[in-house]
Design a protein. Structure first.
Length: 92
């Protein structure tokens, strides 16, 4: 039996061995208006030796937002969201 991804299904758009990286990417997705969640981060932090077996920490988004999420993640990896060293976080 096959299952077609519906609007309510979550799909993994990225995997990271370091949970903090997954949370940073999730935040970038949320800032872009894409609902996202991180899965398996607590398990990886509790039993880090399981990380390779699990395939890392997953970043999940709704199936109907997958293409948009991949574009945001690609931009993140290209450094589009990088802040310069002299960036003033207090500036408005």
């Amino acid at each position: 039996m096959t299952h077609d991804a519906g609007a309510n299904d979550m799909v993994a758009v990225a995997r990271y061995f370091i949970p903090t990286e997954a949370h940073i990417v999730r935040s970038c997705l949320a800032a872009a208006g894409i609902p996202a969640m991180v899965a398996d981060d607590n398990l990886v932090q509790l039993h880090s030796l399981l990380t390779p077996a699990l395939g890392g920490v997953r970043v999940l988004v709704p199936a109907d937002r997958e293409r948009e999420a991949v574009a945001v993640i690609d931009a993140f990896h290209r450094g589009v969201y990088r802040l310069d060293d002299d960036f003033d976080v207090g500036a408005s």
